[in-house]
Design a binder for this molecule. Structure first.
Ligand code: 4AD
Ligand code: MG
Length: 433
């Protein structure tokens, strides 16, 4: 008897009988023949249903099937050079698993973004979303592979935290039993700093939360971050690690999901340019470049999205901007011994205007320096007792970074907006579905 085969594997079954299980996303038909467009989670293929094979009554039923009917089809695989998968299926038997009573709300017509977001649970079935989610999957797979191949240990960091990890402005707060106020993690960094003193090279990958009041094409409220932290790594080691990771991700995507990128109409030559060492400038140089171009920016201001786009547009690889003023950055960053007004940090900006994908720094490792910075930022040292402990017992220089998964997906897929990079986006105005 025939076996169940996914569309991606059909080409290995030429002229054989197989079983296909999937959904009919579209069809057209004439008096004697119907062309059913089937997707099964692994590809798209055309099924030919003939009146002479299926019988008149059943053929008429098939002709009336609504889109997104689920079907199990038994048929023969035929070579077809016009098909993207190189084959089509000649149906012999079709079982209707479920037929909708109403028209599927998402059609090939143009829909407004609010409508699509409201129907995200159905929109996921659309071809573009299918390809994006496959690229996202490959990016995450590449990240895990990179760390495991380089002897890092996975550390799962907590979601509930007692201490603010990044900045006080955009935390989600809640009451935690008798303990009182806790926050949803903005970062797992502080916990990775603890773990790297046990395991040397560590990484995490998980959801993080920021109550960002800004509605932009780059911000989500809930986003996934990959962070790495390495004991005894200094600023230079940290930059090299980030550069290696991003090259690894791009290479892995090009090798494994090129078809999906092509289906998304991504300009692949732009991704092929991403290799070797990335260009680097300091924050101070960046401000000079912007001032010379007429931007109204002063030394000390943080760089905004328009600045980032301008700066990175000169390069075809990601751009690393290092050594920002300490007051523009988080409390834990190590001051530059050459100039303590700046810190040993870097941001990596993706090319083509995608902006910051990585935030990174060497960490303050001397207790007295950290105490002073906590005080300057009005953070209570009681909340950071355990973090200060790390500086009391064999403290060492250490460095790390965080890579935003959705920003990376947007850049690699060439998407205009971050909302399509995650299965169920949480934005300022949306938590449904
Ligand atoms: O630059 P950020 O805030 O750095 C940290 O959280 C550090 N603690 C990381 C570390 O050193 N371990 O965030 C890191 C990255 C950003 O570069 C960006 O890619 C992404 O996280 N990111 C966001 N992505 C989507 N929506 C948001 N609201 C984001 N905020 C940051
Ligand atoms: Mg940042």
């Amino acid at each position: 008897s025939s076996s169940w085969v996914y569309i991606k594997d059909l080409k290995d079954y030429l002229d054989k009988k197989i079983i296909l299980k999937g959904w009919m996303w579209n069809k057209r038909s004439s008096g004697k023949i119907a062309f059913l467009q089937i997707r099964d989670g692994y590809g798209f293929v055309q099924v030919i249903a003939e009146k002479s094979v299926l019988g008149e009554d059943f053929f008429n039923e098939i002709k009336k099937l609504k889109n997104e009917s689920s079907l199990i089809i038994e048929g023969t695989v035929k070579k077809d050079d016009r098909s993207p998968v190189g084959v089509e299926i000649l149906a012999e038997k079709i079982e209707i698993i479920h037929e909708p009573n109403e028209d599927y709300p998402i059609s090939n017509k143009e829909h407004g973004i609010d409508f699509l977001m409201e129907n995200r649970h159905l929109w996921l079935r659309s071809r573009k979303q299918f390809h994006i989610l496959r690229v996202r999957n490959q990016i995450i797979k590449a990240i895990r592979e990179f760390y495991l191949e380089n002897d890092f240990t996975l550390i799962d960091t907590p979601i509930f935290t007692g201490s603010i990890g990044e900045s006080a402005g955009n935390t989600f707060e809640m009451e935690y039993f008798d303990y009182g106020k806790v926050y949803l993690a903005q970062t797992g960094q502080l916990y990775l700093e603890a773990a790297c003193q046990s395991l040397g090279k560590v990484f995490n990958l998980g959801p993080t939360f920021r109550a960002e009041k800004s509605k932009t094409r780059r911000h989500l409220i809930e986003f996934w971050m990959n962070e790495a932290e390495v004991a005894f790594y200094e600023h230079e080691d940290n930059i090299k690690l980030q550069n290696d990771l991003v090259n690894y991700i791009v290479k892995s995507v090009l090798e494994n999901v090129r078809d999906d990128l092509e289906a998304l109409e991504r300009d692949i030559s732009k991704l092929e340019a991403v290799n070797g060492e990335f260009p680097r400038i300091t924050y101070t140089e960046a401000v000079e470049v912007l001032q010379n171009q007429g931007y109204n920016i002063n030394w000390g201001d943080d760089l905004g999205a328009e600045h980032e786009t301008k700066l990175s547009s000169k390069y075809d690889k990601p751009l690393i901007i290092e050594k920002y003023p300490k007051h523009a950055k988080a409390f834990y960053m190590q001051p530059d011994p050459q100039n303590p007004e700046v810190v040993l940090c870097d941001d990596m900006l993706a090319p083509e205007g995608y902006g910051e994908i990585i935030g990174a720094s060497e960490r303050i490792w001397k207790e007295e320096v950290l105490l002073k910075r906590l005080e300057e930022e009005n953070l209570s040292k009681d909340d950071y007792q355990w973090y200060l402990d790390l500086r009391k017992f064999g403290s060492v220089p250490h460095s790390g970074f965080g890579l935003g998964i959705e920003r990376t997906v947007a850049w690699i897929c060439g998407l205009e907006h971050i909302r399509e990079t995650i299965p169920f986006p949480r934005t300022l105005y949306r938590v449904y579905p």
